[in-house]
Design a protein around this ligand. Sequence first.
Ligand code: ACO
Length: 355
Amino acid sequence: MDVGLDAVVAAETVLSHVDGQAGRLVLRGFDLEELAGRRSYEAVLALLWQGFAPVDDIAAALGRARVEAFRILEPRLPALDGLTPIEAVRGGLALLADAEAKPHHLLATAAASVLAAAASRRAAGRPALAPDPALGHAADFLRMLRGDAPSAAHARALDTYLVTIADHGLNASTFAARVIASTRAGMLSALVGGVCALKGPLHGGAPGPVLDMLDAIGDSESIEPWLTGALERGDRLMGFGHRVYRVRDPRADVLKRVVTELRGETNRIRFAEAVEATAIRLLAQRKQGRGLDTNVEFYTALLLEALALPRDLFTAVFAVGRIGGWAAHVLEQEQSRRIIRPQSAYVGPLPQRAA
Ligand code: ACO
């Protein structure tokens, strides 16, 4: 038995490869570092979806899909009031009918951004804003959220973030989506499953808690005692450790560069670096040989904070980027005819007579 399925290879994929020993992420033949900052999110979607769906002028198609998603979902938004943004993405995708507005990989990718922005605005008592199909996906998300077109620097920073997190092998949410796809339940159901799995703090829910941790530590003198106390209580340090990486997550460095360009050498980055260094040292002392290092969520938190996004939106923004990767995996999984159905080891009571 392999409880966490660590050693199980459950799918062949052409989409992405995570080399945990080398700290390398390959997206369809490109190292992440080649794509981040050089290709737009739309271009990376075209890369991922190529061979599975039409990819001509994805930017225009995605713009039109945002308009269509808003047309369908705007009347349904009141049903999502009171939910957090990630819950609203989950709920809003679930409100789409299987018979509605195909192709669903495009509609749902567009819908995630529309829903996340709309939920955040409505929670603040402001009306949802219609998309501008002429803008890039990242820029339009920021505009739907804030009301004004973002600066080129902000749009580029979010675009690089979306590229960085677009796909990542058979992580928990992608696996969940592929399991659902293998039952032939359809794209929308599989993507809702992906959102549900992403939401957990051990997966995509970590960046908000990373900032909570930095706030709770407060100042440089408190770093070591605070982290030591957390580890002694058995807490997990958010933004550290990974199932596959035994070295630093390459996405952390890409995002750190983006944050530094955005903010300059601000105190918060210096403070975060000091927390990071101490956390890695303490984790190495306590979990010798495991190679616990910084993961993508640590600098995600700092980047999304630098973009002035509210903390409760962070996981939803992760979903806005990752949904394109899930969609690619669902399209790939749908080419397989075999349902994913592992076995369990029964450890319950022996059969008895009912009467
Ligand atoms: N803080 C403290 N201890 C940790 C951490 C951490 N961040 N990560 C792992 N450990 C401990 C585990 O508790 C385990 O201890 P044990 O052997 O005494 O039980 C040991 O280190 C080894 O654990 P792993 O097998 O490396 O961890 P696993 O693969 O099961 O979990 C996970 C990976 C869930 C990401 C874990 O590292 C974690 O909880 N990190 C904090 C949450 C986080 O940052 N999540 C985002 C991950 S990135 C992403 O999903 C996009």
